[in-house]
Design a protein around this ligand. Structure first.
Ligand code: UD1
Ligand code: CA
Length: 460
């Protein structure tokens, strides 16, 4: 059977008090709208049509090529929004209606709703939930047979109706044929002067067709975001869900509430994550790693048995059994080998570092290719920028760069080449040679006394 989803996303989201269209606010790193599209796609909906309006171009720019859009240039209500997709609605099949501001909806809930709707041969099915505080939502009025009577909006409800705690989630399944029949019949005779999508359910009922009510016990799934307070609530729930998934798969999170992991991140078992860690994008972490507190990674690929403390790793890879930090900064394009040590205050950018090499403290390694078993001393600077161009330094296997050396690129240190500490190296260091490039030490005997600077016992 053909299944389509129409996702309502034209609203302004005034209460967000934001320049950004509401559905583009992010939850755990992904826009709310994309979360909804992902849930629909995962529940085997082949076609998504997003109704755009407020900030249409900005919203469209975030969507993949396989997502259709329909423009609602005026916000005349949820029914009006769906009317904008009228020509895209298939002649038959199931149409799922979703809200772009409800990012917590899961694939499972959508599958359940679709199954209930299709297996029960309903012409329309509304997803409802029981809420302790139903304020603001449309209320579900049941008929004598406990089926759907009608849906009354908060603004149209009388005092008695307002006490009803079963609410309309705003998620529905429709038989495409009947949705096409009902949509043109909508009227805007209500307190808000809007075309309510909810009225299509009454219209379909009046056609003597079966309308179903599917009540979910998982009210979190249907939470809609209208304010930053709700955005923070939803973020907390999504973060908890992501954390639970990793915990169930064998990852230790010392303090899940204070660990920030985006949805696409992958972590293998027996890795331990300390509080304050931020893992973003398509970061992948192997097994038996320790990720120490306040580490931030974005699109990083980390091998097995790696230890990282208080460090930032962006668009880079780190091999097995390597240790990083504390306070290391791996910038994009860095590829660190196995059993490497990158110590405190070492910055690496666009560089490969071979297995068993070390840069233990206070170094800048930029635009470099470093071999295996290389030692980069304390305070070494790869001088990669001449003011116009970025140049490359190659340091081959078993080389030793003494502390506080400057390697002025372009430069090659051949295999087993040694650089004396404090040298500023501008020419190739041949294999097995020691390069010294610094002023020779001269000792001027008795100089302090001659200058009258020698302190007597009393002065000390
Ligand atoms: C709607 C339902 C209500 C339900 C609630 C659940 C109607 C009439 N009411 O109310 O029963 O409890 O959702 O959250 O449907 N939108 C457009 N174009 C419009 C109007 C809205 O695209 O012209 C979009 C919004 O951006 C939003 C969604 O539709 O994503 C819901 O709109 P909103 O105004 O929040 O609906 P409610 O009045 O809360
Ligand atoms: Ca409204």
């Amino acid at each position: 059977m053909k299944r389509q989803a129409i996702i309502l996303a034209a609203g302004a989201g005034t209460r967000m008090k934001s320049k950004l269209p509401k559905v583009l606010h992010r939850v755990c790193g992904t826009t709310m709208l994309q979360h909804v599209i992902d849930a629909a796609t995962e529940s085997e909906i082949k076609e998504c049509i997003v109704i755009v309006g407020h900030g249409a171009e900005e919203v469209k720019a975030t969507l993949g090529e396989n997502v259709k859009t329909a423009l609602q240039s005026e916000r005349l209500g949820t029914g009006h929004a769906v009317q904008m997709a009228y020509d895209d609605i298939a002649p038959e099949g199931t149409v799922l209606i979703l809200n772009g501001d409800g990012p917590l909806v899961t694939e499972e809930t959508l599958r359940e709703l679709i199954a209930y709707h299709e297996e029960g041969n309903y012409s329309a099915t509304v997803l409802t939930a029981e809420l302790r505080d139903p304020h603001g939502y449309g209320r579900i009025l049941r008929d004598d047979a406990m089926g759907l009577g009608k849906i009354v909006e908060e603004k149209d409800a009388n005092t008695e109706e307002k006490t009803i705690t079963e609410i309309n989630s705003g998620l529905y399944c429709f038989d495409a044929k009947l949705l096409r029949k009902a949509l043109p019949l909508l009227k805007n005779e209500n307190a808000q002067g809007e075309y309510y999508l909810t009225d299509t359910l009454s219209i379909i009922k009046e056609m003597d067709k079966k309308v179903g009510v599917y009540k979910t016990s998982d009210y979190e799934d249907i939470m809609a975001v209208n304010s930053r307070v709700q955005l923070a609530e939803v973020e907390e729930i999504m973060r908890r869900r992501i954390a639970e998934k990793h915990l169930e798969e064998g990852v230790t999170l010392i303090d899940p509430k204070n660990t920030y992991i985006e949805k696409a991140v992958k972590i293998k078992r027996d890795t331990i994550i300390y509080p304050g860690v931020i893992l973003k994008g398509n970061t992948v972490i192997g097994e038996d790693c320790t990720i120490g507190s306040n580490t931030r990674m974005e699109n990083a690929t980390i091998g097995d048995g790696v230890e990282i403390h208080n460090s930032t790793i962006l668009e880079s890879t780190v091999g097995d059994k390597t240790t990083i930090g504390p306070y290391a900064y791996l910038r994009p394009g860095s590829s660190i080998g196995k059993h490497v040590k990158i110590g405190d205050f070492v910055e690496v950018k666009n560089a490969t570092i071979g297995d068993f090499s070390k840069a233990s403290h206070l170094a800048y390694i930029g635009d470099a290719e470093i071999g295996k078993h290389v030692n980069i001393g304390c305070g070494v600077v790869f001088v990669n920028y001449d003011g116009i161009n970025k140049n490359k330094t190659i340091v081959k296997d078993n080389a030793f760069i003494g502390s506080n050396a400057n390697l002025v690129a372009p430069l090659v240190v051949e295999e087993s080449g040694y650089v004396a500490s404090g040298s500023t190296i501008t020419k190739t260091v041949p294999s097995g040679a020691l390069a010294v490039a610094r002023g020779k030490q001269a000792n001027k005997e008795g100089w302090v006394q001659r200058k009258g600077l020698l302190k007597t016992k009393e002065e000390k």
